[in-house]
Design a protein around this ligand. Structure first.
Ligand code: GRF
Length: 194
């Protein structure tokens, strides 16, 4: 069983799927805490599942590095094996990323390296692409540049809006994130067991 901290900024639909999955005793990951940079609506999911939450607002810190240090201290307090950025919308500075190297993953709504950044769904539509998708990757010091773990395609349909396409992408995200964490957990099991 691995311990997972999830960081969110928004509605937390990916988080909710993970919380639901981890109710099953056969699922090999437990969500031990959920953090955010603001009072995100998705924190309510954690509260409902009685999972610890923390909010570290960058506006209350003297610098981005100080904010990241406080955020990191909150994350490490829960001793996670894995930290998942599931719609966490702040760019994390190098001190945070380095401290969690190999343990920090992100879910992104495009087939990276296409459409990096905060408007991936809108950008894929604007480019007239026939398909887009989902990428789960390790986080490095760049923006959406870390080593890719897995990708899944989503076709763009005629008449798709940013909202309809993002909703369909999220359905793929939910399954892909849950199954990827499961696989990462199984890979780690021999190392965590004597
Ligand atoms: C997802 O599309 C994820 O790929 C992106 O932000 C969105 C978060 O959605 N990074 P939710 O908060 O999990 O509903």
């Amino acid at each position: 069983m691995i311990s997972v901290v999830v960081l969110i900024s928004g509605s937390g639909s990916n988080l909710l799927t993970l919380l639901q999955k981890s109710e099953n005793p056969l699922y090999p990951a437990k969500i031990v805490a959920v953090g955010s940079d603001k009072d995100a609506p998705g924190l309510e999911h954690a509260e409902l599942y009685e999972v610890d939450t923390f909010v570290v607002n960058p506006e209350k810190s003297a610098s981005k590095e100080k904010w990241a240090e406080t955020l990191l201290a909150n994350v490490l307090h829960h001793q996670p094996d894995l930290v998942v950025l599931a719609g966490f919308m702040k760019i994390l500075p190098a001190n945070f990323v380095r401290a969690l190297k190999g343990k920090l993953i992100n879910i992104h709504p495009s087939l990276l390296p296409d459409f990096k950044g905060a408007h991936a769904v809108r950008d894929a539509l604007a480019a007239g692409s026939a398909k887009t998708g989902v990428t789960i990757h390790y986080v490095d010091e760049g923006v959406d540049t870390g080593e890719i773990i897995v990708q899944s395609e989503v076709m763009i349909e005629q008449g798709d809006t940013e909202l309809s396409l993002h909703e369909r992408i999220k359905k793929t995200e939910h399954e892909l994130l849950a199954s990827t964490i499961e696989q990462l957990a199984y890979k780690q099991l021999p190392a965590t067991r004597p």
